[in-house]
Design a protein around this ligand. Structure first.
Ligand code: GLN
Ligand code: ZN
Length: 756
């Protein structure tokens, strides 16, 4: 009989309880005990959900107060020296590693954070010394096992596998081969396995998601070494992979001496059939048949058709699960109030996904769940044929797209003099990335309008006052190209999600991004189009107040896709093109309204890169084309800007250049302009604004410091192609820093001009 289990459950709580408990602990309003109680309640809740869904074992160690990779570092004793000053105990040390500070202990530079594979979840990068020692601190893990058992639950702990842990880490100082630490690390894992076996743990889920990426031979070898060394040391191992198929690593994975495999049967497609053919007689196969990365209902009948024979072949050696941990989807659709009944009927959050697994299990095991399956079929059929999903005119417009729609009339070299003529900017023109401080007053105005306490006319008047204030301040600072300030936007994606057709914005669809920070991705459920202008009134108003050019400000098609839950009934690139066309209309309308420069932000283009390198080109082709479709409806005289806030362009610089923006602004201040080397090596053709100050810091940057950075930039890029701007938007900062910082930035630009 097939059984079901959970790879991991969201830990933020159905009402983001953990977020609020963490923040209150950090700012001193509550005690450690209170925080721990909230954590414990969430775990009990999660385990109850799993038990209610008929799961024989609940997952333990998927909970974390901040991040599971950080927890593994603490478990393994990977605590960088700067945190070991005796100023905090282990509990607060973990928070200092995560955030640089905690209620106790000295403030210190936090560990680096980066994206967990191709998700929007961020983990804390372990810092390893060349002589790193690993010392186990299994108390938290063991306490959670005990806690679950005390609650009457049988447990299946989860651990990140040793090779993936090493792969996620970085060298603390001078770079060295992390694999040389494998033997020591394996010793620690071995000890841990022994402890778990002694605790009577039967199954251990061991995650090695790096197996879905192309691996160098040394890393493949490491996997072999690791599992040879660990086999037989402890509980039975369920070697778990997700976010793709195994591809070239299939034989390697199958050769590892483990008692079971979990495969992603959503993004990994039908590869599991090959595994099925080679599975050992006593090995378990866990299939991730419910999408852990998206919020759509599973097509249960289709899955059952597929699974019937597998179930007959494997019996109780078939386990069913979500494709990956459910931490990447919101908790409970029952707590969602924003969607109408029809839309909601197409969706499943984490709790509903457990119910889907339960239905699959019941049906395979001969239970009578016909009524539930019929409901599921009805919901899916409704979605498939709904005219909310399908809009013929959008599909046709997409089909009619040709290469020409992705081309500006003239090349950059011919556009640039025309834009110069029109814009009349000085050398080293100064600008900002778009947003200005989101003051409490601004937030209150937006919230009041949302609650219906403010009339539309009052709202518009207040927003216009904010824009006027923002324009005045920019003129006072002496900036050359202004922005309207984005006061009307809660979030750069959600704002457009609310205005575009085919998008829906949830009320409670929170997903953890890092620590206490959660995001609420909008849902793209249907063909996307724009039925009215979205930003034109604000930009036009801003431009009416000044003789300086005001930049229009939009979020690009790839970012609009990347930071949303995307429909799964057509290729992502198709959806992206629809968004691009909607944005193109907006770009053209801004141009008609007299806006001479339009910025289309694409901060998410790089994180959309597929995990397998061999798939990069295909992705970059359609992503770049989508950007160009959004940008290329305008005349050569109109200047297109884009913005990306990261400093790593290796391997994608050619694609960035192919976006053919007239100006790109990027994050560089923290990399001391060395990032620009990538742009020179490639002979990047158009204009660049390397960020000269770090907006993440409250410090006011000095004139000389910014001037020096720009001089470095000018050694690399011809001065006539350089802009002067901050690293990113200023919405999280206060005016008291922003004003002086921008004045200094303008002063630096003036000195640079004087030196020409
Ligand atoms: N225009 C946006 C802003 O200034 C860009 C934000 C971003 O790069 N993430 O806030
Ligand atoms: Zn940015």
């Amino acid at each position: 009989m097939a059984t079901t289990h959970t790879l991991g459950f969201p830990r933020i709580g159905a009402q983001r309880e953990l977020k609020f408990a963490l923040e209150s602990y950090w700012n001193g309003s509550s005690t450690r005990e209170q925080l721990l109680q909230v954590g414990s309640r969430i775990r009990q809740q999660n385990w109850s959900q799993q038990q209610q869904a008929g799961q024989a074992r609940v997952t333990v160690n998927d909970f974390s107060l901040y991040d599971q990779v950080l927890d593994h570092s603490c478990l393994l004793g990977v605590i960088p020296a700067r945190f070991q000053d005796g100023s905090s105990d282990g509990f607060d040390t973990a928070f200092r590693m995560a955030r640089g500070r905690a209620p106790s202990g000295t403030a210190v530079r936090a560990c680096e954070m980066t994206k967990w594979f191709d998700t929007n979840y961020h983990y804390l990068v372990p810092e390893l010394e060349a002589q790193q020692r690993f010392t186990l601190s299994p108390d938290t893990l063991l306490a959670e096992i005990a806690e679950a058992r005390a609650g009457g639950f049988d447990v299946k702990p989860v651990l990140i596998g040793p090779v993936t842990y090493l792969w996620l880490a970085k060298s603390a100082g001078e770079s060295f081969d992390r694999l040389q630490l494998l033997p020591a690390l394996l010793q620690a894992y071995g000890e841990l396995f022994t402890i778990l076996a002694r605790e009577g743990v039967e199954w251990l889920q061991i995650d090695e998601p790096i197996l879905v990426q192309e691996l160098e031979p040394a890393w493949q070898q490491a996997l072999e070494t690791a599992y040879q060394a660990l086999s037989g040391a402890g509980p039975k191992l369920l070697l778990t992979t997700y976010f793709g198929n195994l591809g070239d690593n299939l034989s390697l994975a199958l050769s590892l001496p483990v008692q079971g495999f979990h495969l992603d049967a959503v993004r990994g497609g039908l590869e599991y059939r090959r595994v099925l053919a080679e599975l050992g007689d006593d090995q378990v196969l866990s299939l991730g048949v419910v999408d852990g990365r998206n919020i759509w209902k599973t097509d249960l009948s289709a899955r059952l058709n597929e699974l019937q024979s597998v179930s007959e072949q494997l019996g109780d050696r078939l386990w069913l699960a979500s494709s990956c941990s459910l931490q990447h989807v919101p908790v409970d659709l029952a707590q969602e109030t924003a969607f109408d009944a029809q839309l909601r009927n197409w969706m499943a959050y984490a709790v509903q996904k457990l119910e889907e697994l339960q239905l699959l299990e019941a049906s395979l095991n001969g239970g009578n769940v016909a009524a539930a399956l019929a409901d599921n079929a009805l919901a899916l059929a409704g979605r498939r044929s709904s005219d909310r999903v399908h809009r013929e005119s959008v599909k046709q417009r997409c089909q009619r797209l040709s290469l020409k729609d992705g081309e500006r009339g003239l090349a950059y070299a011919q556009r640039a003099p025309r834009q110069r003529e029109r814009l009349q900017l000085p050398a080293f023109p100064t600008t900002t990335i778009g947003s200005f401080p989101q003051t409490p007053a601004i937030r209150q105005t937006r919230a009041g309008f949302r609650r219906g306490e403010l009339s539309e006319a009052d709202y518009v008047a207040r927003m216009q006052a904010e824009i006027a204030d923002c324009i005045l301040r920019q003129e006072t600072c002496g900036l050359d190209m202004l922005v309207h300030g984005e006061a009307e936007r809660n979030d750069m994606v959600e704002y457009f999600g609310e205005l575009l057709q085919g998008y829906a914005v949830s009320q409670n669809g929170w997903v953890q991004s890092y620590g206490s920070r959660c995001v609420k991705p909008p849902v793209i459920y249907g063909d996307v189009y724009r039925d009215a202008a979205m930003t034109v009134q604000w930009s036009r108003y801003a431009q009416s107040l000044t003789s300086k050019p005001v930049k229009g400000m939009l979020t690009g098609p790839v970012t609009m896709l990347q930071w949303a839950f995307v429909r799964d009934d057509q290729p992502r690139q198709q959806t992206c093109l629809q968004v691009a066309l909607a944005l193109r209309d907006e770009v053209c309308e801004l141009e008609s309204a007299g806006i001479a420069a339009i910025q289309i932000d694409e901060p998410a283009i790089r994180e959309g890169l597929p995990l397998k390198r061999s798939e990069w080109d295909h992705y970059l082709d359609w992503a770049v084309y989508a950007f160009r479709v959004s940008a290329c409806g305008v005349a050569p005289e109109t200047q297109i800007h884009t913005h990306m806030c990261y400093s790593e362009f290796n391997g994608i610089i050619e694609a960035i250049a192919a976006m053919d923006a007239d100006v790109i602004t990027i994050e560089t201040s923290r990399s001391n302009m060395t990032l620009l080397d990538a742009f020179i090596d490639f002979e990047y053709p158009s204009e660049i604004g390397p960020g000269v100050y770090d907006i993440h810091s409250p410090n006011v940057p000095e004139v000389a410091q910014m001037e020096a950075l720009m001089k470095k930039a000018a050694e690399r890029i011809p001065a006539e192609r350089l802009w002067v701007n901050p690293d990113c938007g200023l919405k999280t900062r206060g005016w008291e820093e922003v004003g002086p910082s921008l004045e200094n930035m303008v002063a630096a630009a003036k000195r640079l001009r004087a030196g020409l």
